[in-house]
Design a protein around this ligand. Structure first.
Ligand code: GLC
Ligand code: CA
Length: 519
């Protein structure tokens, strides 16, 4: 079943900025970022060209997975502030034309959540079926992760991710053991989805503009083609269409034909999954060598990178958007894979693709991946979660006045910082800001505008038309290349190009955006 619905209009021009609240700005000097800190930087967000935010989980939590282990969905974590603070964040953001998505974690809670503590009691109660339990503490069937021996209830409970993240029970699609598996259609599991709808409505009623949805494909178990999981999300979408037509759900699924067409998400992330656009564009490596399209020495055609993407773009067009990302809190930063000259070309691509782009905080100034000891279940991800670098002349680069920080800032002498890049017209920040502004100002570059490839050659050149008359030409390689398309009026340029004997030559690592009537 495919849903055909219109998406909220504001997505057309949306350029998102992802904020990891722990690490953005500490307003009260306790060493950790907070909501008031985010509010104090909304002018920066706007000035940088962004008009929408996604904020990683900021709810009450024991923080065994940086907040993806929610203890209370209805309460802002004390370390970030109060519910009143976040309502003020919504208001202040809206005043500046900025939308705010929160992070919904529907697949699991913390094992310290009240629902789970009730569920773990031996006596039957209204939460007994809220999580997935086997019918005996000795029974831990293969194919899932279980915890047993940790509660008085005679059963093992299923995990959705880490040890402290028990899976919420949305039922099973294919049932292999009726003694403890419940169908996703059974009324005993309906309260789980209802509870999640309540969470959604609670925050939308207070001014949130929607949610990024964590592990959105993980709800129904033994659901190989995800039809059952999709059917639950369609119910959520129907509720939104009815009561909150401006609200948006962005899924962590990385399969837009299913997430958008079948489950009814407005948007789906393009993550680093193998074969997906951002993997082939930014991340791919063989051994120590970068083989992604934007590695200057890779010299690969854009054909492979675009193949699946263009197919899925065609399949989902009109139903919702794919979201290319510069990175996120789960992967090494973009600067780990691409140097600055490579990223300058890559950002032109990211910000001129159809769909809704997301920039991870700090990527707009080229923050580094700082490998270090794991924090709050981050493991290798911790290096991408370090504090935002505001000003090289301030203590802790302007993130906090505390002596001891939640996570240390990049102490490198040349750590890139906002204040310094704002003063430098040629900085990466200025490039990202200019591109974001250009995108918003040109309907051709909006989320829904068409993308037509006009040159995609083995030498690495890619040129595409967006909408009616906007062209993007890329030469990510470290050699000069021939552009076979006549260049029109230049709208943006990084690198350079020249004309010689009737040919246009793109200098190494050049990206240009130009306008001319379509051909
Ligand atoms: C998602 C989040 C990640 C988290 C996991 C479990 O992948 O992005 O940070 O650890 O889900 O909730
Ligand atoms: Ca603080």
């Amino acid at each position: 079943m495919t849903v055909k619905r219109s998406t909220p209009e504001w997505l057309e021009e949306a350029v998102f900025y992802q904020i990891y609240p722990q690490s953005f700005c500490d307003s009260n000097g306790d060493g950790i970022g907070d909501i008031n800190g985010i509010i104090s930087k909304l002018d920066y967000v706007k000035k940088s060209g962004f008009n929408a935010l996604w904020i990683n989980p900021c709810f009450d939590s024991p923080f065994k997975d940086a907040g993806y282990d929610v203890r209370n969905y209805f309460k802002v974590a004390a370390r970030y502030g109060t519910n009143e603070d976040i309502v003020r964040l919504f208001d202040e953001a809206h005043k500046r034309g900025i939308r705010v998505l929160l992070d919904l974690v529907p697949g699991h809670t913390s094992d310290k959540c009240r629902w789970f503590r009730q569920s773990a009691l031996p006596a039957r109660n209204r939460y007994s079926d809220r999580y997935i339990w086997t019918d005996s503490g000795w029974s831990c069937p293969q194919g899932y992760n279980w915890v047993t021996g940790n509660a008085d209830r005679n059963g093992a409970y299923m995990l959705n991710f880490f040890l402290n993240q028990p899976a919420l029970n949305y039922g099973f699609n294919k049932i292999t053991d009726p003694n403890w598996q419940i169908s996703y259609k059974d009324k005993r599991v309906k309260p789980t989805l209802n509870a999640m709808m309540k969470v959604i409505r609670f925050w939308l009623d207070r001014g949130a503009d929607g949610f990024r949805v964590d592990m959105a494909d993980s709800l129904v178990k033994n659901d190989p083609d995800k039809t059952a999981t999709a059917s639950l999300w369609r119910k959520v979408r129907a509720m939104l269409d009815r009561h909150y037509p401006e609200a948006v759900l962005v899924s962590e699924w990385c399969n837009a034909p299913v997430a958008v067409n079948k489950a009814g998400f407005h948007c789906d992330f393009l993550l680093n999954h193998r074969g997906k656009l951002t993997d082939l564009a930014f991340y791919r490596r063989e051994g120590n060598k970068g083989t992604a399209y934007f590695c200057k020495s890779a010299h690969v055609s854009a054909r492979e990178m675009l193949q699946l993407y263009l197919q899925e773009l065609a399949e989902t067009r009109g139903n919702g958007y794919m979201c290319p990302v510069s990175g996120n809190h789960d992967v090494e930063r973009l600067s780990y894979f691409l140097d600055e000259s490579e990223r300058r070309v890559a950002f032109v691509f990211l910000l001129t693709l159809p769909g809704v782009p997301f920039v991870y905080y700090g990527d707009e100034i080229g923050m580094r991946y700082v490998a270090q000891q794991s924090k709050e279940g981050g493991f290798h991800r911790t290096g991408s979660r370090t504090p935002m670098q505001w000003d090289a002349d301030l203590p802790n680069l302007g993130f906090s006045s505390a002596n001891k920080l939640y996570l240390d800032v990049d102490r490198g002498a040349d750590a890139p910082c906002v204040a310094q890049q704002m003063r430098d017209g040629g900085s990466l920040w200025n490039e990202v800001r200019t591109l974001a502004e250009l995108r918003k100002a040109r309907p051709d570059l909006h989320s829904d505008g068409e993308m037509t490839v006009v040159q995609c050659t083995d030498d690495g050149v890619l040129c595409y038309r967006r909408g009616e008359s906007t062209f993007v030409a890329l030469n990510p390689t470290d050699e000069e290349r021939v552009l076979r398309v006549d260049v029109g009026g230049i709208l943006f340029e990084t690198g350079s190009f020249r004309r010689q004997n009737g040919q246009t030559l793109l200098a190494p690592q050049t990206a240009i955006i130009f306008e001319k009537q379509g051909e």
